[in-house]
Write a protein that binds this ligand. Structure first.
Ligand SMILES: NC(=O)c1ccc[n+]([C@@H]2O[C@H](COP(=O)([O-])OP(=O)(O)OC[C@H]3O[C@@H](n4cnc5c(N)ncnc54)[C@H](OP(=O)(O)O)[C@@H]3O)[C@@H](O)[C@H]2O)c1
Length: 293
């Protein structure tokens, strides 16, 4: 489609036409894809993250695609700023129908070496950031007696894995908070969903895979971000309680929790194999190594 035609495209009457959607972490990865998908369905999308230039680029894309976007630079750990941002969304769109909590931070390290301040940083974004956004939108949704909140946790929020112990604990916390909120909001018209992705090909995963223990995992093994986009849109559309990416991962997790000792042993062996494979791959990549062999 030519740029001129794209510019002239009117509002799209898709499934989420005219819905007011807030997406945190919209400047990158999953949040970026989710925000664009809502925009392409004709939604009014508020984009929250710290990198304003990226948000403005995405806002232009969404407006061209027939949606309506509002770029709001917002650090989700700054509670007052989050509440102000939601006020700005109400002023611009009149209400908030859907909140997607995608902002997240991952710092990988074995628990033994993890710096407490890194865990605090992750807690601030992954748990308190999500809490801030939920508490800011809930009065609006309560008044409307409807709404949908989708929190993106992780399969690492159901089973601790190394070297993601700190990250896992923040995602466990988010799961607990989300489940409790779902009970509190039972029968209020407000739906609360969890999306639980495995490894997804985004800057976060690519960065994490640089860690020594994960170097054997290729980014090619990661699932495409659009799988999570579909899961989030389905969760928001149908008020689904929990969606795993890939589907069925919960079954493996439930089986694993029946035999925790065996699961620990399998994961420990798996981690060692990956570390070994990573070391081999690194060695193979070095010219001096190749010359010797
Ligand atoms: N990728 C995976 O394998 C995977 C797997 C399971 C779960 N998840 C979860 O999926 C969500 C999205 O991750 P991703 O893979 O898309 O990561 P990503 O590409 O690194 O994106 C992270 C997003 O979070 C935002 N963010 C970080 N700190 C923030 C803060 N203080 N305030 C506001 N925004 C902040 C970043 O924006 P700015 O830097 O511009 O602020 C960015 O938009 C996260 O919650 C992550 O834990 C990811």
């Amino acid at each position: 489609m030519s740029e001129a035609k794209r510019q002239s495209k009117g509002p799209v009457r898709g499934y989420f036409f005219d819905k007011s959607v807030v997406v945190t972490g919209a400047s990158s990865g999953i949040g970026h894809g989710v925000a664009l998908a809502f925009g392409e369905q004709g939604a009014q999308v508020a984009l929250l993250a710290r990198r304003r230039v990226r948000l403005e680029e995405l806002a232009r894309k969404i407006n061209r695609a027939g949606g309506k976007a509002l770029a709001l630079d917002c650090d989700v750990t700054d509670r007052a700023r989050v509440f102000r941002a939601i006020e700005q969304v109400k002023e611009a769109f009149g209400r908030v129908d859907i909140l997607i909590n995608s902002a997240g931070l991952l710092i990988s390290d074995p628990v033994e070496q993890m710096r407490p301040e890194d865990l605090e940083k992750m807690m601030a974004v992954n748990v308190f950031g999500a809490l801030n956004a939920m508490q800011a939108v809930l009065p609006v949704m309560r008044k409307a007696k409807s709404g949908s909140i989708v929190n993106i946790s992780s399969l690492a929020g159901r089973r601790g894995v190394s070297p993601l112990g700190g990250y896992s604990s923040t995602k466990f916390a988010l799961v607990g908070m989300t489940e409790a909120l779902r009970v509190e909001l039972f029968n209020t018209g407000i739906k609360v969903s969890l999306v639980m992705p495995g490894v997804i090909d985004t800057p976060m995963a690519r960065n994490a895979l640089k860690h020594d223990s994960l170097k054997g995992v290729s980014a090619m093994m990661a699932m495409p971000a659009r799988w999570v986009t579909w899961a989030v849109l389905a969760a928001a559309a149908f008020g689904l309680t929990e969606v795993d990416v890939p589907p069925g991962a919960a079954v493996a997790e439930k089986l694993g929790s029946l035999f925790p000792g065996v699961t620990d042993a399998l994961l420990s062996v798996g981690t060692r194999i990956m570390r070994g494979a990573g070391t081999l791959m690194e060695g193979a990549g070095k010219p001096e190594h190749k010359a010797k062999s």
